[in-house]
Design a protein around this ligand. Sequence first.
Ligand code: HEM
Length: 333
Amino acid sequence: MKSRQTIVIALLAVSAIALAAAAAAASKTAGLVLTLVAPYLVLAVFLLGMVYRVIRWAKAPVPFRIPTTCGQEKSLPWIQNNPVENPAGPLGAIGRMAGEVFLFRSLFRNAQTEIVDGRQVFGSAKGLWFFGLMFHVSLLAVALRHLRFFTEPVVPFVTGLSALDGFLEIGVPALYISDMTLLAGLAFLFLRRAVLPQVRYISLFADYFALILIAAVAATGLLMRHFFPVDLNAVKTLAMGWVTFAPVAPVDAGFLFYLHLCLVFVLIAWLPFGKLSHMAGIFLSPTRNLINNSRRRRHLNAWNAPVKVHSYEEYEDEFRNKMKAAGLPVEKE
Ligand code: HEM
């Protein structure tokens, strides 16, 4: 399927969610289902789905050490090893993992290859690392700031984060830096897929859908904050009702809030089943989380079927005369 068609289908899928939100805003029953029942249903789908995925990953056989390495392995004492690029023990693996999770280290090393004057030339390509990291950190900041709806009194860390995020004091209410960086990150990630032919070629519906869905969540949030204000007290009462398991239906939260909520619910419910489950999967990736000790320890596949082996000794016993006749060296005369 052409990438343009895939993008249109992803847009249509997000528009279908908007229709569901319109229904929730128009019908009292649908509104009640969305605000009172859906949150628990979505949470259950998310938690059970994530547990299911993690159990499946954890059960996948990893009989051998398969970490990706690009540094000297620990071996003889006079050969210096690289404990991070080729972890020899758990500390190295944890350090490497932390670099990956917090700094997207492997993306930082992303290189671009070009043929210049008939020669292969490697260049630095930091765009994906920079905007990818920016997008993820911004999303985390937005999610943490939302805790103001779910805690009473609001955790001081959340108030501090919001103050720091809005310190530019542009507009009333203040424009958050993380909202801008979130949109910039999303724009880069989307354009990278839509414009670069190599990335466009391998992009699927799920790739565009994830980006468009998150962009729609951010856009509806920004619209509520800066252009069509919603009753934040009603939202807080609703959110506190959810966390205290005594949900109260909002009087009239309006279409935009229902739309924001519908998009968020679809995003959260879809998380365990789509590519966004990498948020848990990264920790279970054997190419990242294993230590490399293949040369120091023999790893045997515990469930190998018994194999009748033919040792060299047996081989030589069988062919000694022929080997001697052919002039080949033998170990036993
Ligand atoms: C994946 C989860 C969510 C994401 C990514 C998200 C994203 C956003 C963004 C980017 C904004 C713009 C302003 C800001 O950054 O604070 C926003 C605003 C808002 N969001 Fe969310 N949201 C999420 C979940 C929720 C939930 C569950 C609720 C319901 C309590 C909610 C209610 C609101 C409200 C009421 C605003 C307007 C805030 C204001 O006027 O200051 N959001 N959201």
